[in-house]
Design a protein around this ligand. Structure first.
Ligand SMILES: [Zn+2]
Ligand SMILES: [Zn+2]
Length: 259
């Protein structure tokens, strides 16, 4: 009995350790793009205006450093509503209004596979003095694109040490606390991508047309929290929502709230 309880204490403390460790694993539920070989190339549709292109360019080249995936910027197909296109990603900006969010990234999944994604930068806030800075724009762009590969945040506290990755939320992304600023991915992000994309699939969702039962959302613009389904986590700075359409079809929405 004594042995058993000692064993249980070890197991429980291990469980606690793994759940409290912020950067050990930051894949988002193992969701990934299906592909038959690495590195695969994901198209990032450029629907950007107003000086946003350099931020996408840097995020694209930063993430392409990964050994398992490449990104290429192509002409946008999203249009004014930033409509998703199967097998690729659309990157958009606009004045989406005073809705509380600075940026969102949305991934459509079927089973464990990502089939399409979009990200939107809200110029209503990015045109204010607080957020109209290269650092804020780069962190949010880099982070949202990271979510589109299936990455979660490394850290979600806004007032602690910057970890040197855009996947770490910060109230001052350009500050270097000794591990670099939070404007680009770090080595741990690339390691996590290698883990997520270690196993190949027998088919591909990249550059493929995939008929999903979530077409009904095409009539919605996806800009309001009421369209995002249930909130899975939310600390007032970053949040993740899940909208479940059944049969393994879901849309996840990653949100960066304004401060
Ligand atoms: Zn797979
Ligand atoms: Zn995020």
């Amino acid at each position: 009995m004594k042995k058993l309880s000692a064993f249980l204490i070890v197991v429980l403390s291990l469980m606690f350790l793994s759940s409290s460790s912020v950067s050990a694993d930051h894949s988002w539920g193992g969701y990934h793009w299906a592909r038959t070989s690495n590195p695969f190339t994901l198209k990032l549709g450029n629907n950007l205006t107003g000086g946003w292109v350099p931020y996408l360019s840097l995020a694209s080249s930063d993430w392409t450093t990964s050994s398992v995936l490449d990104t290429t910027i192509v002409s946008g197909m999203g249009g004014k509503s930033c409509k998703a296109t199967s097998g690729r990603v659309e990157v958009c900006n606009r004045k989406y209004g005073n809705n509380g969010w600075l940026g969102i990234a949305q991934i459509w999944v079927n089973g464990s596979h990502i089939t399409q994604g979009i990200t939107k930068m809200n110029d209503t806030y990015f045109s204010t003095s607080t957020y109209n800075t290269p650092a804020w724009k780069q962190m949010v762009m880099c982070q949202e694109v990271g979510h589109l590969f299936g990455l979660d945040h490394q850290d979600e506290a806004f007032d602690n040490t910057n970890m040197g990755t855009c996947m770490d939320y910060s109230n001052n992304p350009s500050r270097d606390d000794g591990m670099g600023d939070n404007l680009n991915p770090n080595a741990h992000d690339y390691e996590q991508l290698e883990t997520i994309y270690a196993q190949l699939d027998s088919f591909s969702t990249v550059n493929q047309t995939f008929a999903q039962t979530m077409r009904q959302v095409a009539s919605e613009n996806g800009e309001n929290a009421s369209e995002w389904g249930r909130s899975i986590k939310d600390n007032g700075k970053v949040a993740v929502y899940e909208r479940d359409f059944g049969f393994g079809n879901k849309i996840f929405t990653f949100v960066v709230w304004t401060q």
